[in-house]
Design a protein around this ligand. Structure first.
Ligand SMILES: Nc1ncnc2c1ncn2[C@@H]1O[C@H](COP(=O)(O)OP(=O)(O)OP(=O)(O)O)[C@@H](O)[C@H]1O
Ligand SMILES: [Mg+2]
Length: 440
């Protein structure tokens, strides 16, 4: 064999083929293994779509007949009349949790694809298909088996059985935080390091805390972020009580004002760095110089507190942080059921550039978050808006989108916090009354 170059070449070709086949099989296996249950259904769906494509495309008028004779037909024996060949567009598929996206190198134009939309939906088993042409010569057919806005989507921080699959210190502030998906299944992410302050509004039980759970969980797992949570209802703060840098569940504004004052003093300390670093903005964070995430749930409890003096002190600190804090590495997230002017002054509100509006009662409430909301074709003053869906504008988004937040239940936040405590990140005990409550 060794003397036979032909044999050697054959062996090499067979070897390469086997190697390629093995590589492809392991790629498929890894993709399958890593996928969640819904994506696995989509992977099967994608395979059926590819296998049935040659038959389906001509039936839906998406193939063309090419009557030009091939070289063999032209010069070969002329016993039979030349049969026109059917040219079927090449189809490539990508599966995700909502359905399958098919890229095609088309033989026919966009309008023929749009005419075939209903037929494709039936044949592929989709609820709807969005067809677009991102560039000449390519058609993208995005098929939805499930509507992203209706689906309950598990947080990627949790495994299939709902237990955490994350490690403390796993992330840094420049990592994208997956908040959820828009109605086209596009992921909506937030980047703490590059973003500024935010306002989250919505009626009770509309999904504010679940949305903010994701933020608090990621921030807790970031090694260059310190978390400060103020929450009179003990809803958002409880799971992070043992590990957050500073916490308060006070109903009176004085204790939260004290915390905000500390944040402002920290801003003044950081001002020194601008001289030595020859900069006017902190953009790089580290465990020594962390990003400070300040989250205040139900901010109206403080800004509308009956103790006028205390309320004014709180608002003064809040305004100083909202207007000056971002460049010192402070990120302020305010949550409120009602976003009206008596809850947050215009001066504070204009500094909260990211907006997430869950379901609200009135159009006026929605306009407080999105002043040009009347021109949008979506609104959050909509009784049919499900829990966990909001109108959001984060990062460099040009127009607001409907957002379905990732589902990270509070129980899972407690489990993530247990992991952190087990790694020695606990800085304080739970209040006595919580222990009593647990024991009871
Ligand atoms: N993204 C989501 N996916 C699935 N279910 C959700 C989602 N968000 C919220 N829910 C459901 O809605 C319920 C209420 O949500 P949440 O506690 O976040 O409301 P809230 O706006 O914080 O209310 P409150 O103002 O009373 O604190 C949750 O317990 C959950 O069952
Ligand atoms: Mg809440």
């Amino acid at each position: 064999m060794a003397d036979n170059p032909l044999g050697l070449a054959l062996l090499a070709v067979v070897g390469l083929g086997v190697f390629g086949l093995l590589g492809w099989a392991s790629f498929c296996f890894v993709r399958w293994y890593q996928a969640d249950a819904e994506t696995r259904v989509s992977l099967r769906q994608a395979r059926r779509m590819r296998w049935g494509w040659k038959r389906l495309a001509p039936m839906l008028g998406l193939a063309v007949k090419d009557a030009t004779p091939t070289v063999v037909q032209q010069y070969g024996p002329q016993e039979q009349p030349a049969k026109p060949r059917v040219l079927v567009p090449r189809l490539r598929t990508r599966a995700d949790a909502f359905g399958v996206t098919a890229d095609a190198l088309p033989q026919v134009g966009l309008s023929a694809w749009q005419d075939a939309n209903e037929g494709l939906c039936d044949a592929w088993g989709m609820r709807r298909i969005r067809i677009s042409q991102p560039k000449p010569g390519v058609i993208v057919a995005r098929g939805f088996r499930r509507e992203p806005l209706e689906a309950v989507i598990r947080s990627p921080l949790l495994g299939p059985d709902g237990s955490p699959v994350c490690r403390p210190g796993q992330f840094v502030s420049t990592d994208d935080v997956l908040l959820g998906w828009d109605e086209d299944g596009t992921p909506i992410v937030l980047n703490l390091a590059y973003s500024a302050h935010a306002l989250v509004a919505g009626l009770t039980r509309s999904g504010k805390s679940i949305t903010v759970n994701t933020l608090l969980a990621y921030a807790s797992l970031m090694r260059d972020v310190r978390l400060i949570v103020i929450d009179p209802n003990l809803g958002a703060v409880a799971p992070w009580w043992r590990t957050a840098y500073k916490v308060s569940d006070a109903v009176h504004p004085d204790e939260p004002t004290e915390i905000l004052r500390w944040v402002r003093e920290e801003m003044q300390r950081r001002e020194q760095l601008f001289w030595s670093g020859r900069t006017d903005r902190i953009t790089e964070f580290s465990p020594e110089l962390p990003l400070l995430l300040v989250v205040i749930d139900e901010v109206a409890n403080y800004t509308r507190h009956p103790d006028r003096k205390a309320r004014e002190r709180f608002e003064a600190e809040l305004l100083a942080i909202a207007s000056q804090g971002a460049k010192f590495g402070i990120r302020l997230w305010l949550l409120t059921q009602k976003p009206s002017a008596d809850v947050l002054t215009t001066a504070v509100r204009t500094n909260l550039s990211a907006r997430i509006c869950h379901r609200v009662d009135t159009v006026e409430d929605f306009l407080h978050l999105f002043p040009d909301g009347r021109e949008l074709d979506i609104t959050a003053a909509d009784r049919t808006m499900p829990q966990g869906v909001s109108i959001a504008s984060v990062g460099d988004m040009r127009t607001p989108v409907r957002l379905r937040s990732v589902y990270l239940p509070t129980e899972a936040c407690w489990q993530i916090n247990d992991l952190m405590c087990a790694e020695g990140l606990k800085v304080r005990e739970l209040p006595d009354r919580v222990d009593l409550g647990k024991a009871a």
